[in-house]
Design a protein around this ligand. Structure first.
Ligand SMILES: [Zn+2]
Length: 404
């Protein structure tokens, strides 16, 4: 993390030109916005969030993953077959993201193609950059929330074609929910769609021990959980891929992810709430695996990536103290990196103030957080991660455009 005090951040044509102690002569004609005294940071990236789960965040937090899915999540997601319901709920979701620090989001929808299109419309209207996925699931799901295999692929194809070119900042991403809900045949069809449309992929991986044992039974041919995705061409390499969680990924799985450039979305709040465990992020970083942060609403209850940063530090300390003392805890600066450039790089040049990056900028408001003695800039940022609320952002810019 680089800190500059009382400098000028120069932006033109939606792109960062650099950070300078004085405005260079070539930029002297640009309009000046004065945020003296405020923290100014790159916009944040949420690599893993479920749009339809936003409205029930904070509920059923006493259940573990598979139980939580069946009891709360699947019945709620089934409601998005109604476009009117989807519109109202997704508007709440998108407007909340707009008010927070997230600039880029990678989002799960539901199995419904119309509802998922509505989710894309709402995110675009909110001014955010996003990848959005129509979820696929053809097994181990309730009758009213399950697709027939061929219909699932046909709907996904129609959704890709119907939304192609419809949005400037929102793009589709293939989204098999996870291996337990996707038959081999469906995965094969999704692999074909991936090759045809060159789409990125998102899913879940090695989150919970019961889930991993189940995948072993369902996919006996796979060497390990992640290999079950790779067999269908949906696990990195030429295919930009995000896998959420990876709490229990073994050595082989992690090496494969590193080799194939698969991103891990680390979701500390969700790992805590649904009692999955604590992902070894220090290990991911030491191995050189690409990592960003996910709120995983509604496994996570808050969509704030600031809060996720603080929690990434906190859970890493518990892991270090209770599980494995060879993996030192994350620092605030490392967590900040994960929530900015770490995840932002999935979107290209986002999450940094280096020249050529998108002008994704947050101006922070610390007025609710008084202090007695002068703090350094880095101390103010650390404190902000722990103390800020949803309303403590003064201004937000996406690609140079001011949202507020
Ligand atoms: Zn998830």
């Amino acid at each position: 993390m680089t800190v500059k005090k009382d400098h000028y951040l120069v932006v033109s044509a939606g792109t960062i030109q650099g950070v300078f102690p004085q405005v260079p002569a070539e930029f002297a004609g640009l309009e000046m916005l004065d945020y003296t005294g405020h923290l100014v940071i790159p916009g944040l990236t949420d690599l893993h969030i479920h749009g339809p789960q936003y409205v029930f965040r904070g509920l059923s937090m006493d259940r573990e993953l598979l139980d939580w899915l069946n009891f709360r999540t699947f019945p709620e997601e089934a409601k998005y077959r109604d476009p009117e319901y989807a519109r109202r709920a997704y508007r709440l979701f998108a407007q909340d993201l707009r008010q927070g620090g997230t600039v880029n989001a990678v989002v799960f929808g539901t199995i419904h193609k119309e509802g998922t299109r509505i989710l894309m419309e709402e995110l675009e209207a909110a001014g955010l950059r996003a990848y959005v996925g129509k979820v696929n699931m053809d097994r181990n799901s309730p009758d009213d929330y399950r697709e027939e295999t061929e219909d699932s692929a046909a709907d996904t194809r129609a959704w890709i074609q119907e939304t192609a070119g419809a949005f400037s900042q929102v793009k589709p991403i293939l989204t098999p929910r996870f291996l337990p809900t996707c038959s081999d045949r469906l995965m094969e069809l999704l692999g074909q769609l991936q090759r045809e449309f060159a789409l990125p992929v998102q899913s879940h991986l090695s989150e919970n021990q019961g889930e991993i044992a189940w995948v072993r039974e369902l996919c006996p041919q796979a060497d390990f959980y992640g290999d079950g995705y790779q067999r269908f061409g949906l696990f990195g390499g030429d295919v930009p891929t995000i896998m959420a969680h990876c709490v229990y990924s073994g050595e082989e799985e992690l090496l494969r992810m590193k080799e194939r450039g698969v991103y891990i979305a680390h979701c500390p709040q969700s790992n805590t709430n649904i009692a999955s465990g604590i992902a070894p992020v220090r290990r991911f970083l030491d191995m050189g695996i690409r990592v960003g942060l996910g709120s995983d609403v509604a496994g996570g209850h808050s969509a704030s990536i600031f809060r996720t940063m603080a929690e990434a530090v906190q859970v890493s300390k518990l892991r270090w103290r209770l599980v494995d003392q060879t993996l030192r805890p994350l620092t605030a600066a490392e967590a900040f990196y994960l929530g900015t450039e770490g995840g932002g790089s999935f979107f290209g040049r986002s999450g940094s103030f280096q020249k050529g990056y998108a002008a994704d900028i947050l101006v922070l408001d610390e007025s609710r957080m008084p202090y007695m003695e002068e703090l350094t800039v880095a101390e103010r940022l650390e404190r902000y991660l722990y103390l800020c609320g949803e309303k403590d952002i003064l201004h937000k810019f996406v690609g140079g455009r001011m949202l507020f």
